[in-house]
Design a protein around this ligand. Sequence first.
Ligand code: ADP
Ligand code: MG
Length: 640
Amino acid sequence: MAELNSNAQSDLARSEMKYRRLFESAKDGILILDAVDGSILEINPFLIELLGRSKDDCLGKKLWDIGFFNNIDVSKKLFAELQASGYVRYEDIPLKTKDGRAVQVEFVSNVYAVGGGSVIQCNIRDITERKRADDNLCRLASVVESLDDCVMSVSPDGAIETWNPACERVFGYAAKEIVGKPVATLCPDALLEEQARIMARVREGTNLRQHETIRIAKNGKPIDVSMSLSVLKDSQGTSTGHSTVIRDITANKHLEAKLRQSQKMEGIGRLAGGIAHDFNNLLTAILGYSELLLLSLAPNDAHRADVEQISKAGARAETLTRQLLAFSRQQVVAAKVLDLNAAIQELDMMLRRIIGEHIVLTFLPGRDLGRVKLALGQIEQIVMNLCVNAKDAMPGGGRLLIETKNVEPSASFDQSAPRPKEGPRVMIAVSDTGCGMTPEILSHLYEPYFTTKEKGKGTGLGLSMVYGIVEQNGGNIEVYSEPGHGTAFKIYFPQVGEPLVPVAVFPAVAASLSGSETLLLVEDDEMVRKFAVRVLREAGYLILVASSPTEAVRIVGEHAGEIRVMLTDVVMPGMLGYELVQRVAPLKPNMKIIYMSGYTEQSIVERALLKGAQFIQKPMGREVLLQEIRKALDASRTPA
Ligand code: ADP
Ligand code: MG
């Protein structure tokens, strides 16, 4: 019996030893409390170490006496709760360690019956690191939430798992609508195969970087996106799907397309301008000599009709080159400050005649409309071309609306469009209810000779001209069109502060076109030179001829007498017309200057006009040439 007893005793001692060792070596803090008054019965070394107190300091004290918790009330409440329920668990209790470190602990307590009474065992685990990791995760999550880029995670079987607010903004689905759905929901049907290939590669472990493709929003709108996919792995290295970062690049694409378009137009413009320039020299000869020939033929001459045909063809070619010049922004114009409403009102009657009665024309003039600066003729060209196109788009009738108004650039422009030049603008809009245009047509709209009309009906030069005029005057043109729904062109011109200029009265045509003064002609193009010499000689003038600027300099230097007018080309090899004028002006200060050019870049014309010189646009006919010479001579005679 005694042996049995001592065996039991040693068993008990062993067991107690075992538990004590556990208690002593545990890597969690353990406290044993009196269940009635909360005084500390036991405290293990780990907790002593963590708190930085001595064992004696703690034993027999109440939990709240030792400042274990920062908040005494909380401690008391906790204890009361524990007494009542027998179990509490707190996840996030702040503590201070011996060395002043703030630690977060998880606190789990149980009430145990021991012998007659009961004790409380509290397990206290340092979860500071885990908390920090959690906080970092939270922070990361809020970064993801705040991103402008769409971020989503996708499960290995292709279901969307997470969906940040940017995703919702771009695609239009709320998280609860889309989470769990296949990621292919966002993919247009035509690209499903590509998507499958990408997914296969990602499953093999290959990331995808900034792949440009198209995705579909909830409302069916295609979105240009740049997409990156990264394989996600858990701590064991097994794939848990992938993350997808999507950037909406629709606006960039739009800008790029606009830029490409304007570069293309720039290129075509240069080409068209160059061709028009060369043609103008040829046409000067064709039209000029036809004119001379007609003058020399008797009214009943059998050749008259033939020459008239040549003249007519030449005139048509001249119209074409003028249209090309308008497109390439090289139309010679005298821009004036204009009231757009008045200018359109003037056209009203003519427009109504052109569009016919099956189309209802409405003009909504904007109130207090700002003034614009451009040539009246250009406004007419714009409005006429847009209205004729609208008419062609509504063969069965419809409505045509012309509207003007002031716009502030920030408020009224399409955000995805390139920003217009700053400052308030005047808009003129021409809208119709006609057939509208496909994106394909829209992409070629302003190109010269682009037309969808049958041969003989369309030239394809109308909108090219409109485009050139708008550009020449610092404006923007936008078009909105959908097949079957009509078209709206919106043109914006900068407002100008200058007052209206009264319409200039054209100077009376000089009575006499002949004279006997001495003139100097400087022209490198042989055909133009010969024609001008002939016209001027026949009119009685004494002509000195130079085929190059250097020759002109020499002639001016050597000619002892007076030279009343120098008629010079602007663009010549070796020296520009202006440079020539600078060289010779000191030698003959009273000599009048007339520039002539087929190359009518606005800057050239403006420079000439600014210097008070006259300007002749090639191709020039006999009459214009003689008139301009006379004008120069008469002006120099009247004292300023
Ligand atoms: P044209 O009128 O000689 O064909 P334009 O340069 O004026 O040349 O116009 C080019 C093309 O643009 C037209 O052929 C037509 O297809 C299209 N277009 C222009 N304006 C409209 C409009 N208001 N509605 C529909 N299509 C239009
Ligand atoms: Mg047209």
